[in-house]
Design a protein around this ligand. Structure first.
Ligand code: NCD
Length: 326
């Protein structure tokens, strides 16, 4: 196995072989890091590389997990988190700024409020001599491919004794229309057999047609409901999301009665004893903190998985996965 990867822009580009390989690299890197010697070896793995974290949209987990993943591998980091202190205020174009970053670093990890900008950055890189990989760390309300990778890893490992993701029923609840994490995760589902998706949302926040069309094209079964109670006991996993009220244009979030799309003490007894609860975080009121101590709550582990999966992705992008095993 060893397909090449370069830019990470769109989850539709991932195949099963690559997803399985990334999960394996994640496990190996985690195991290696458990000893002092192993951790030192990891830090030497990409010590000749530098990364740019260009995050002009708010971020806690994605920024910190990428930053720490880089440091685990010895990658030096620079960052811009506020475009008002970069030369973009002097009128420098996005393309010129990006070309500048590529003069200094070996990979650009970027999160922007605009959809499509990571794709544009990748296209630009393909035209210049010092072409460096672009990783999309969130492109507006559109896509979040590396979150989807860590979600896949979390699902696969949670169902390790039960055949992995294949054959599972996965609920997605909340703001499905504007939540880029669920949109990206839906795209990856074409790589698994007999998965059933259950979308649970108020009508104003239901999954968009572009994703539903993709699911139909790839023969992925899905259903939609506004009533959590009617489906809760049938789920192997429930992926809860917060309402993305920052994208409201017509008070979409106010139109919805969000109490009906939450998990708390009343819902827990109805959830399958083996099911898992996921959330990309940050959470709002949709998961009651009392749920955190239930063994089915997977979101804090999911968060930590993110750092290791992102380390695995960097290992794969720079093609040093074989050195990890030796
Ligand atoms: C998500 C995001 O930014 O899309 N957070 C994350 O990256 N873990 C989810 C969200 O903000 O709701």
């Amino acid at each position: 196995m060893s397909s090449e990867v370069f830019h990470i822009i769109d989850p539709r580009e991932f195949d099963r072989e690559l997803l399985d390989e990334l999960c394996e690299i994640t496990d190996t890197a985690r195991a290696v890091a458990k000893t002092r010697e192993g951790a030192a070896m990891l830090r030497s793995l990409l010590a000749d590389k530098r990364a740019m974290l260009y995050f002009t949209q708010v971020s806690t987990r994605t920024f910190l997990s990428f930053n720490n993943a880089c440091h685990l591998l010895g990658i030096g980091t620079s960052e811009i988190r506020d475009p008002t202190i970069s030369s973009e205020v002097k009128g420098e174009s996005f393309d010129d700024s990006l070309r500048t970053f590529s003069s200094y670093v070996d990979v650009i990890i970027m999160r922007t409020p605009e959809r499509g900008l990571a794709g544009r950055a990748a296209a630009l890189m393909n035209q210049i001599p010092r072409r460096v990989p672009i990783i999309n760390a969130g492109s507006g309300p559109d896509q979040h491919p590396t979150q989807a990778l860590l979600d896949i890893y979390t699902l696969e490992r949670s169902f390790a004794g039960r055949g992995g993701i294949d054959g599972k029923t996965i609920g997605m609840m909340g703001d499905l229309r504007r939540g880029r994490t669920v949109r990206s995760l839906c795209y990856l589902m074409k790589n698994y057999h007999d998965v059933r998706l259950v979308f649970i949302s108020p009508p104003s926040l239901e999954m968009s047609n572009d994703i539903k069309k993709h699911l139909v094209q790839h023969k992925i079964a899905f259903s939609e409901t506004g009533v959590l109670d009617s489906v809760l006991s049938s789920l192997d996993a429930i992926y809860v999301t917060r309402v993305q009220s920052e994208w409201d244009s017509e008070g979409e979030s106010l139109k919805a009665d969000l109490d009906d799309f939450s998990i708390g003490p009343n819902q827990m007894p109805k959830l399958n004893p083996e099911a898992i609860i996921m959330h990309p975080l940050p959470r709002g009121p949709e998961i009651d903190p009392s749920v955190d101590s239930d063994p089915r709550a997977m979101y804090w582990r999911q968060e930590r998985n993110g750092m290791w999966m992102r380390a695995a992705l960097l290992i794969k992008i720079f093609g040093v996965e074989d050195q990890l095993k030796s």
